[in-house]
Design a protein around this ligand. Structure first.
Ligand code: ADP
Length: 509
């Protein structure tokens, strides 16, 4: 390293030369001003001061330090410095200075007086430290913190707004909603809840849901389900309850409840939604009653028509009258279809009331398959029934009911494959189960309907206008198979045919 000339004034003190040599090696800028001269001129600067300010020694010596402040003269730290110089005291400030090229730097400046033998201040020594990077980092941090504060403020405001928005929705929604805390105490209930149950806010807030009213909500099963929500995030879906309420009478309710997912103050809360299904259930019952009564009422005259038609057919046959004979045959088929529909409707009613009966027996699988196929071929000569698989087994079940299933599946297969000439039955015996599949190459079923077609009165949109039907056949079939401890399902793609299969145990337990 090149030696920086000491260039020190002669204070007549050898020790000072030693210190000055040390100053030159320092990375801090060091200056000395002569206080005995007017305007405190700089009489010494070290090398670091030159590089710190960008000024050369010759531009520094003789000047007052104020040139470092450029035109930025209103800083508070400047006043502190001035006072310290006046009083001849020590002072440390952070001051904004300017390099020769105009760039601002942050200077951590320390000034100390040097006193002569009489105790008067003769000089000031100034040590400068460029802390621009640190100050800038601090400023950035501050700005970021402010930005963050702004964001938090903004977010809080949005949250408050959305809370108000949410509570407006909750208040206007036509469903009864209640919020519960961990201990199942009601923290809020919306207007619909209060109006529907005719109960005031004061009577429920802070109370355990089980103790409100006449303890109508204190149902052990509901208790268990509710207490299970928070620990395991286990929602309640479709819990039905029927209870007498003093103010509003007997009600059938359906409950859904889940943990509230809003983090923070709503974290450990449960949102309970209560739907009144009393009317809907009553309507369903009336519909079921109607179906039941109507099918019963239709059954008697139909039996009479059928009997008389058979009688007339016999007479026509005896008289060998071809034209009558054909007419009777067509009418007979229509009556069979009508009869099947009436029996199915009656089955629906029986299933609903749990009154459907089964009589189990052991029979040959081949008998079930061949007889069903024969009935179908007689009724729908348009389609051939192709049978494959292993039919050499006996199974235990209700023959009549299983035949009903087969005929249902086969007639659907025929009905929904108008452009093909055959449907297939495949039988397989797998372990102690027997699997029977009915396959067609018809219109197929969209995957969204694969489950729903087994519901009562459900028909796929695409076909409901083009094909007659009421949508109960598959429902009855699935109930029959369920009673046989088996399963019924469909595999199908739109326009690619369908395959309905059921499995039942070969032996019923
Ligand atoms: P229905 O045939 O009287 O409508 P089902 O309960 O037997 O009543 O069938 C319910 C629905 O399932 C039908 O409306 C139809 O949409 C669909 N479906 C049943 N079988 C088939 C099949 N083989 N191919 C295509 N769709 C079918």
């Amino acid at each position: 390293m090149e030696d920086f000339p000491l260039n020190i004034p002669d204070f007549g003190n050898a020790d000072f030369r030693l210190f000055a040599a040390a100053f030159n090696a320092s990375s801090n800028g060091v200056i000395i001003t002569d206080h005995s001269q007017p305007d405190d001129p700089i009489i010494y600067c070290n090398k670091a001061f030159e590089s710190l300010t960008g000024y050369s020694r010759k531009e520094i010596i003789g000047h007052n330090c104020r040139f470092l402040q450029s035109n930025d003269r209103s800083q508070e730290s400047r006043i502190l410095l001035k006072e310290a110089v006046k009083k001849g005291s020590h002072c440390q400030v952070l001051i904004r200075n300017y390099k020769k090229d105009g760039r601002a730097i942050w200077n951590e400046l320390m000034i100390s007086p040097i006193r002569n033998a009489k105790g008067d201040v003769s000089h000031f020594i100034g040590i400068q430290n460029d802390v621009t990077k640190r100050v800038e980092a601090e400023q950035n941090l501050l700005e970021e913190r402010e930005l963050l504060d702004d964001k938090v403020r903004e977010r809080t405001q949005t949250l408050e707004e959305s809370e108000a928005y949410l509570s407006a929705i909750v208040e206007t929604i036509r469903e009864s909603l209640v919020v519960l805390d961990k201990q199942m105490r009601i923290t809020s209930a919306n207007r619909n809840f209060r109006e529907f149950f005719k109960i005031s806010q004061q009577k429920i807030l802070g109370k355990e849901i089980f103790e409100i009213g006449h303890h109508q909500w204190d149902i052990p099963e509901l208790r268990e389900l509710l207490f299970n929500i928070l620990p395991h995030n286990n929602p309640i879906e479709g819990f039905e309850m029927e209870t007498e309420f003093e103010a509003i009478g007997r009600k059938m309710l359906i409950l859904n409840a889940r943990q509230m997912t809003l983090k923070g103050k709503y974290q450990d809360r449960i949102l309970l939604a209560i739907e009144d299904i009393t009317e809907r259930k009553a309507l369903e019952h009336r519909k079921e009653d109607f179906i039941n009564i109507a099918s019963h009422e239709m059954k008697t005259p139909l039996t009479s028509i059928k009997g008389n038609l058979q009688l007339l057919e016999k007479i026509a046959r005896r008289r060998n009258d071809e034209s009558y004979f054909k007419g009777f045959k067509t009418a007979g088929k229509s009556i069979d279809r009508l009869e099947r529909l009436i029996y199915e409707l009656l089955d629906v009613a029986r299933i609903q009331s749990g009154k459907i009966e089964f009589s189990f027996e052991t029979f040959e699988l081949s008998k079930l398959i061949n007889e069903s196929a024969a009935i179908m071929e007689a009724e729908f000569p348009s389609h051939k029934i192709i049978i494959s698989g292993d039919l050499n087994n006996t199974i235990e079940g209700d023959f009549g009911r299983l035949e009903q299933v087969m005929i249902n599946l086969l007639s659907n297969a025929v009905k929904y494959s108008p452009n093909s000439q055959s449907v297939r039955i495949h039988v397989a015996c797998l372990s102690d189960y027997c699997k029977i599949s009915v396959m067609d190459s018809g219109l197929g079923i969209h995957s969204r309907d694969h489950k729903r077609i087994f519901e009562r009165f459900y028909r796929a949109d695409e076909i409901s206008e083009k094909f007659p039907g009421v949508g109960i056949g598959l429902y009855v079939c699935s109930q029959i198979i369920k009673e046989h401890h088996g399963t019924l399902w469909v595999e199908s793609e739109e326009q690619n045919g369908s395959s309905f299969s059921f499995t039942i145990p070969m032996k019923q337990k």
